[in-house]
Ligand binder design. Structure first.
Ligand code: F6P
Length: 324
């Protein structure tokens, strides 16, 4: 293996830059050339490919986003798109591809491997933490901390005005950010689609809290919750309690995707980046690199995509016990 390429695809996540840096510097250490591909699979199809040096990744470890840019690419989900991408790889003499992203990124990569035999290494980069084969994904810790800072601030004003706040956090159809930020933020309730609470349960818990002299409450709602967004949930609660509670809704949105990566994410990204590179050099392909119980592991891409990583019930139980 003489020359590899790296791209970021799908939603960005804080720590992706630290990971790119680790791949590039690791490759140069092992005497391998690295090509950067801009704008994900779309950039690969168009040949938006450039040579990376140690200097290309200087001063990026602390930056959120991705210097390679990212995008969703429906064209790569077609055989014709992947054929064009393969031709670009051949034209640039690229022997293997490292992709940083989530489920959709790996799905495309897997087709690419199966059709053209291109050696692939996946690195889990998504704030959602919804990938099997790693305890944590790059960007998740930073996103939880960003959500937490907002929750703490909302708690101040919720307390002053004796209000109920429903705070919607990201996670697509995964409740990881909601549960962790809810525990850390001392939320009264956490609503996730994996373990939905009925409106009645929410109302009952709120009333019980207020009967025990709570004057404000924080409910964290994962955006993928089956009943819809926090705003919809707030409307449903209002219908059952009339004007009894003064309620507000805040959706944190994309603020959770940006910002300086936490120390944890930078270290995770560095370990996964070097682990990905060295795995490839050892001939480990068609896998996603991850860290489980502090050990580097490689999981077949198919398994990483298909298997779920359920949220531990003990975490939800803890929210209930500790928020009384
Ligand atoms: O997958 C990361 C994520 O931020 C999800 O939490 C969210 O549902 C989604 O991406 C939003 O995607 P977009 O930025 O394309 O609207």
């Amino acid at each position: 293996m003489n020359r590899i390429a790296i791209l970021t695809s799908g939603s960005d996540a804080p720590g992706m830059n630290a990971c790119i840096r680790a791949v590039v510097r690791g490759a140069l250490y092992h005497g391998i050339e690295v090509m950067g591909i801009r704008r994900g699979y779309g950039g690969l199809i168009r040949g938006d490919i450039f040579s990376m040096t140690s200097h290309s990744v200087s001063n990026i470890i602390q930056r959120g986003g991705t210097i390679l840019k990212s995008a969703h690419c429906p064209e790569f989900m077609t055989v014709e798109g992947r054929q064009k991408a393969y031709e670009q790889l051949m034209n640039h003499g690229i022997d293997a591809l490292i992709v940083i992203g989530g489920n959709g990124t790996f799905e495309g990569a897997l087709h690419f491997y199966e059709e053209f035999g291109v050696p692939i290494m996946g690195i889990p980069g998504t704030i959602d933490n919804d990938l099997f084969g790693t305890d944590y994904t790059i960007g998740y810790d930073t996103a939880v901390n960003t959500a937490l800072k907002a929750i703490d601030r909302i708690r101040d004003t919720a307390d002053s005005h004796e209000r109920i706040f429903l705070i919607e956090v990201m996670g697509r159809d995964s409740g990881y950010i909601a549960v962790q930020s809810g525990i850390a933020g001392g939320a009264e309730m956490v609503v996730i689609s994996e373990d939905p609470l009925s409106t009645q349960e929410l109302v009952d818990t709120l009333k019980q809290g207020f009967n025990r002299s709570k004057s404000s409450s924080i409910i964290i709602v994962a955006e993928g919750e089956t009943k819809g967004t926090a705003a919809t949930l707030a409307d449903q609660i209002r219908k059952q309690v009339d004007d009894k509670f003064d309620m507000r809704v805040t959706a944190l949105g994309h603020v959770q995707r940006g910002g300086t990566p936490s120390a944890y994410d930078r270290i995770l990204a560095s370990r996964l980046g070097l682990g990905a590179l060295e795995g490839l050099l050892d001939g480990t392909i068609n896998v996603m690199v991850g860290i489980i119980n502090n050990q580097l592991v490689y999981t077949p891409l198919r398994e990483a995509i298909d298997r779920s990583k359920p949220i531990k019930n003990e975490l939800l139980r803890m929210v209930n016990i500790l928020s009384v």
